[in-house]
Design a protein around this ligand. Structure first.
Ligand SMILES: O=C(CO)COP(=O)(O)O
Length: 254
């Protein structure tokens, strides 16, 4: 069963309005494979969402980088799923390791957010991944399984979920997981989904890799059977993001 290649660009907390316009211009001018080959989603900071949504080419989509865990109200500083839906934002990234680590988001909280966002009609890029300490302790699979379980316990429909495997030690470090390391975890995650959700969910849910992906390493990673795309940080702010989008071609010819 074919899983459409997915390339997300997580801009994190970067950019001025001028820089954002420039990135959008570069994306709009780029020659990339068609939408039936690759799904492209860029995720600017909240304040730039309307600008990006209104100026970005129509075959690319936008994602927020977070949203609140329940209906909006007296939650100062938060942005609700309802607001994103109201603005026509189709996607949201949840459970990024930077939020898990710096803001103390627990597996349960990320699971609750995922369930709520889906209930409001958003599609979710749900991030999982182990720290270097956890990897060295041999706990990688336990960690990503526990993170995925907290989501699986709270949702029944995986059609609008993409799992992003982002090993914390590979994020922003230039230390990319080897294709074999990524493949191993993606394979195990799919196996976990098979055993704990359904064979159909396991076969159809896209599992994308994130952590120091760039124009130079993307093709080798994309060639692995269980790597269904990427969530790109630093390189998504640069023209090489186009090369990463084009790595979808590797899959097509596989
Ligand atoms: O965190 C990431 C994407 O969400 C990955 O970041 P880098 O590509 O900068 O390592």
């Amino acid at each position: 069963m074919a899983r459409k290649f997915f390339v997300g660009g997580n801009w994190k907390c970067n950019g001025t309005a001028e820089e954002v316009k420039k990135i959008v211009g570069t994306l709009n001018d780029a020659q990339v494979p068609p939408q039936d080959v690759v799904e492209v989603v860029v995720s600017p900071p909240f304040v730039f969402l309307p600008l990006v949504k209104s100026t970005l080419r129509p075959d690319f989509h936008v994602a927020a980088q977070n949203c609140w865990v329940k209906k909006g109200g007296a939650f100062t500083g938060e942005v609700s799923a309802e607001m994103l839906v109201n603005l026509g934002i189709p996607w949201v990234i949840l459970g990024h390791s930077e939020r898990r680590q710096l803001l103390g988001e627990s597996n349960e909280f990320v699971g609750d957010k995922t369930a709520y966002a889906l209930s409001q009609g958003l599609k979710v890029i749900a991030c999982v991944g182990e720290t270097l300490e956890q990897r060295e302790a041999g706990a990688t699979l336990d960690v990503v399984a526990a993170q995925t379980k907290a989501i699986a316990e709270r949702i029944s429909n995986w059609a609008d979920v993409v799992i992003a495997y982002e090993p914390v030690w590979a994020i922003g470090t230039g230390k990319v997981a080897t294709p074999a390391q990524a493949q191993e975890v993606h394979f195990e995650l799919r196996k976990w989904l098979h055993a704990n959700t359904s064979p159909e969910v396991a076969a159809t849910t896209r599992i994308i890799y994130g952590g120091s992906v760039n124009g130079g390493n993307c093709k080798e990673l994309a060639a692995k059977p269980d790597v269904d795309g990427f969530l790109v940080g630093g390189a998504s702010l640069k023209p090489e993001f186009i090369d990463i989008i084009k790595s979808a071609e590797v899959k097509k010819s596989a």
